[in-house]
Design a protein around this ligand. Structure first.
Ligand SMILES: CC(C)=CCC/C(C)=C/CC/C(C)=C/C=C/C(C)=C/C=C/C=C(C)/C=C/C=C(C)/C=C/C=C(C)/C=C/CC(C)(C)O
Ligand SMILES: C[S@@+](CC[C@H](N)C(=O)[O-])C[C@H]1O[C@@H](n2cnc3c(N)ncnc32)[C@H](O)[C@@H]1O
Length: 371
């Protein structure tokens, strides 16, 4: 190791990285790598990756315009002339063509310059209505991120924080965020139900269960399971109505309160925390885990399902997307499975393990047993 005054000591790895980074920053090396046949594909891929980072906001706004104009639903029925889209969207034909060509370049649509058709990514988006709901919701996030450094310094007020008023959820506010969660819950529930068999349990308590969308999705997959939901009182009221409307009133029970400190129903043999822990800073997350542990008999199960940091194949989803999303929200962070294992152990759980999900970008699943 070399010690430089005022700087951290340099390891072998640091020195190798310094050489690599000098090379990558050199216009001569970049030019050579792009021209040499063996390195050309890598040079193009890396240049495109960097360009995509520069242009990400433009891509996202192209998608946002398509969602606002409901183009995916419109084009799912049949191809439509671009002139018709322009008239319906109240914009000049040239502008509509510009948007449709942009969306076609992003594989959201397809076009021959006169007619617009649904593209493969637009078709996939239709399969999960929660994605369009998130795209609409991103207007808030991107407003907060307009000056990211000011946000990180705490110099700007984030509107996202007001969108999630967990501690003071009026009926109106709770209804808005619960509707967003309900729209995206089917794709999450599909991942969890494919990863874990709930039929081995008798009574499930869904902590922070929202408006009951997860329980409604779970009910047919585990017909003998008794269902309990716990959420803040305003959301619990929404869940009561939703579960009754789904014909589950006889099979379910709903409780309102604060999952960090209020006593929880004690008769469950499995507690689920779905998209809940990552919302909370470490002390609050530990309070939730300890409260859950206190409600379980020894040997009972805790299941955590949420997007996790450090997820292979979905790294940008964790520390980049949810890292900044939750920062703007004002609490919580995406955690690595190893961090969750340590927290689970400190809260009195044992035998923590991961269960593979098909789309880890959407959710990873961990279970543990009450020790
Ligand atoms: C047969 C042919 C034509 C081809 C064969 C090739 C082939 C196999 C193609 C695959 C086709 C296919 C099955 C595609 C499937 C695509 C899927 C499943 C795409 C899913 C995309 C999901 C996305 C983009 C999800 C986005 C989710 C977001 C942005 C979630 C945000 C969540 C937030 C903000 C949550 C907030 C809650 C809080 C506060 C953090 O607790
Ligand atoms: C991100 S939502 C997830 C909802 C649902 N589990 C889902 O995946 O769709 C987090 C939920 O936790 C609830 N919540 C937040 N803080 C809470 C607290 N202290 N006590 C009870 N519920 C809480 C919220 O009201 C909200 O319904």
């Amino acid at each position: 190791m070399t010690v430089v005054a005022g700087a951290l000591p340099l390891s072998l790895r640091d020195r190798w990285q310094a050489i690599r980074n000098r090379l990558l920053a050199s216009p001569r090396f970049q030019h050579w790598a792009a021209a040499f046949p063996l390195t050309r594909p890598i040079a193009r891929r890396e240049a495109t990756a960097l360009f995509d980072l520069c242009a990400g906001f433009v891509y996202a706004q192209t998608l946002s315009a398509c969602v606002s104009l409901d183009l995916f639903e419109r084009l799912a029925k049949r191809p439509v002339a671009i002139a018709t889209i322009a008239a319906e969207a109240d914009m000049p034909g040239e502008a509509a063509l510009r948007l449709i060509r942009a969306a076609a370049a992003l594989r959201l649509l397809e076009t021959d310059g006169t007619t617009a058709r649904l593209g493969p990514l637009g078709a996939a988006l239709r399969g999960n209505p929660g994605i369009a709901a998130m795209v609409r919701h991103h207007a808030l996030l991107y407003r907060d991120l307009a000056d990211p450094v000011a946000l990180l310094r705490g110099e700007s007020d984030a509107s996202l924080a007001a969108f999630w008023p967990y501690d003071a959820a009026s009926e109106d506010r709770a209804g808005t965020y619960s509707a967003l969660m309900a729209a995206s819950q089917p794709m999450i529930a599909a991942e969890i139900l494919a990863a874990y068999d709930f039929r081995r349990h008798r009574r499930l308590l869904d902590l922070g269960g929202g408006d009951g969308s997860f329980l409604a999705a779970l009910a047919p997959a585990a017909p003998l399971l008794d269902l309990t939901l716990f959420d803040v009182p305003t959301v619990a009221e929404l869940a009561r109505r939703k579960l009754a409307a789904a014909g589950l009133a006889g099979r379910s029970r709903v409780c309102g309160g604060d999952m960090r400190r209020d006593p929880l129903p004690r008769d469950a043999d499995i507690i689920t925390l779905i998209r809940v822990l990552h919302d909370h800073d470490d002390d609050q997350a530990m309070a939730i885990l300890r409260n859950a542990r206190a409600a379980l008999e020894r040997g009972a199960t805790l299941l955590i399902a949420e997007p996790m940091a450090g997820t292979k194949g979905a790294l940008s989803m964790g520390d980049a997307y949810f890292g900044l999303y939750l920062f703007a929200m004002g609490s919580g962070r995406p955690r690595r499975p190893a961090e969750l294992f340590a927290m689970l152990s400190a809260a009195g759980f044992t035998a923590a393990r991961r269960h593979a999900t098909n789309q880890p970008m959407l959710a990873s699943v961990i279970t543990a047993r009450a020790a």
